[in-house]
Design a protein around this ligand. Sequence first.
Ligand code: APR
Ligand code: PHB
Length: 393
Amino acid sequence: MVSQGRTQVGIIGAGPAGLLLARLLKLHGVESVILEQRDRAYVEGRVRAGVLEQGTASLLEEAGVADRLKREGLVHDGIEIVVRDRSFRIDFRDLTDKTVVVYGQTEVTKDLIAARLGGDGPIVWNAANVTIHDIDSARPRLTYRCDGQEHELTCDFIAGCDGFHGVSRQSIPANALRHFERVYPFGWLGILADVPPCSHELIYAKHARGFALASMRSPTRSRYYIQCSLYEDLDEWPDALVWEELKRRLGSEAAARMTTGPAIEKSIAPLRSFVAAPMRHGRLFLAGDAAHIVPPTGAKGLNLAASDVYYLCRALTAFYGDKRTDLLDRYSETALARVWKAERFSWWMTTMLHKLHDETSFEAQMQLAELDYLASSRAAQTALAENYVGLPY
Ligand code: APR
Ligand code: PHB
């Protein structure tokens, strides 16, 4: 016996993209059901970065989930860049009259789940074997298994918000999709520690030994990264060695201010640039990591999920409100225009700041010249700043 259900928009994935889309649709009178393969504790337990562009913060405010963000978010007016122990600052507020907010993605997810469960609609946790059917018809379907029962959900549209490893992108015929990818030959070793950050803003460092980043989650919780080989063994990176390497790469000023302590989380992540196009096939629309991945250097992942959701919600509400299909037809083109610019910025920040070449190579000199120009040019700093705070939607 298969349990039958019906909704307007079936959403796969309770990450930031799926949750924010569901919330915004609800505020526009459009019903949805979210199917999530994991349980709530797992989803709320994922430690993820959160540097929110002003556009993302505004969208969360429009969604009515920004109260805690406004209380606890850390507004940052700029970032510091350190090259060979020389530092300079990119002043976002002076250059763009905009800022960013540091507020963990984990917290964004918790705020959105609370709103969803506060009466907006269901999240089906532990939805196994979600399968997409009939996306070339006007009545697409989702089937899944939950609590030992098979379920079928018929809907008008399906939003694939199931991340890079989800089922949505794979449900589009291979000959209908193009992939663009760059896998970087290094990883980031990240640590989380309950110590005060070494600076009130983020520090991006290029060093002969490799890239390093000083970030934070709160005034009492720090997040640091060092570029490392993809084949590193975490057991060969005791906390003391990580702190020592961070001090070397971030420079003497940051080192002097750095508080060390036991890592409460330590992991290595690969870096990738990836885009799948188009972001739509029939009644299936991809949003967020399901369609694209950026290296974390530009802090764009969550922000791209937000702008995809903005465009998709606008298109769906125009369909239900005015029977318009033009915005649905233009969704992929519109979303990809912003995605590709963020992919470029993330690739540029990554290739400029990481150890990629032998120090005596021409390419290494080009990196240093790029950074020297950035240190000395208001125009170059403005270009970085307007991409970092977020290009317009
Ligand atoms: N069925 C149901 N749910 C699924 C499936 C599936 N087959 N596959 C994945 N999911 C769920 C995952 O468990 C996860 O909760 O979809 C959700 C996808 O969430 P994210 O991976 O966070 O993707 P997205 O919502 O696009 O947010 C992008 O998250 O990964 C970070 O750096 C990324 O900041 C960016 C943001
Ligand atoms: C983080 O705080 O985890 C973070 C911040 C900025 C980045 C990447 C990660 O560019």
